[in-house]
Design a protein. Sequence first.
Length: 345
Amino acid sequence: MNPYRPQRNYGCRIRDAFTYYGMRTVVLENELVRISILVDKGTEIFEFLYKPKDMDLMWLTENGVQNPNSYLSTSDDPIAAFIDYYPGGWQEVFPNGGSSSSYKGAQFGQHGEVAHMPWHYEITQDTTERISVRFSVRTKKVPFSLTKTMSLVSGQATLYIDEEVENLSDYSQRYMWGQHIALGKPFLDESCLIHMPAGVRIRTEEANQNPSGRVKRGNEYEWPLAYNELGELVDLSQLPPKGTASEIVYLTGFGNNGWYSVVNGQKGIGMKVEWDARTLPYLWYWQEFGATTSYPWYGRHYNIGLEPFVGYPTYGIEEAISNGSAGSIEPYERKKFAMQVSVFV
């Protein structure tokens, strides 16, 4: 924090002189959006507010934002280490995705390392027309560095993100990398529709890995239609009623430029996510519609996650390496990734 940095209350501006629940927080905003980022908790985005409608599109769990340092867990469960402090919103996932898994002797918990690590940040551009903040972190268990620049432009309801991962070792490495974006109320409801490019395919897990939810396991389908266990067609682009079975499927076939949009026609607002699908070629589609009555949801939530990823399914890096979907990077190689998220009315 620079105490001599000029302050503004108009145009693009950055606020970084405060903490939220004891965690360093950076807020990026312009005339249309406000984006709040927990620097001390993985650059977690817990707010993506569209100002003209006072509408936050991020999902906020019933537990809300929590500081992991404020509570000593009573369990050494590697999934609980992530879930017990999960507020919804948007997390950076690296270098493990999903459940606890191991790689070259390193044991990872749920969703890897960087989602709970404190990051360094520096303001790289600060004008009324454009603001940019560069975040960086080094993983502890494996030799990687990760940098991420977030930018806003005056008059645009779009967050621009440019990232780079670097292998800091003399040996090639494997990894999973994802953008864990979760949407919920008040934006998300049963009237929402999901749009994607033509040619996208739906992949499911094998039937012996996970019981069927909305979709029959062990098959591949063309978006948006899939069969359930009764042989009935299910339209995954239309959000179902509360109480519908929970589900996760994996989408492929985005080519070089991936995109999807979620539109709430009744409320007159939508979000579009565009990303470099050469780097993150899969999209995890996680659905929790209130049917999970046990830990950790207890039937209290209605939300989805639409998460660009390299590597699948959600059983960790060992499984992703085994099926060939994990990322690969050579000694001292750098790989770039770009995405943008826009709100539209």
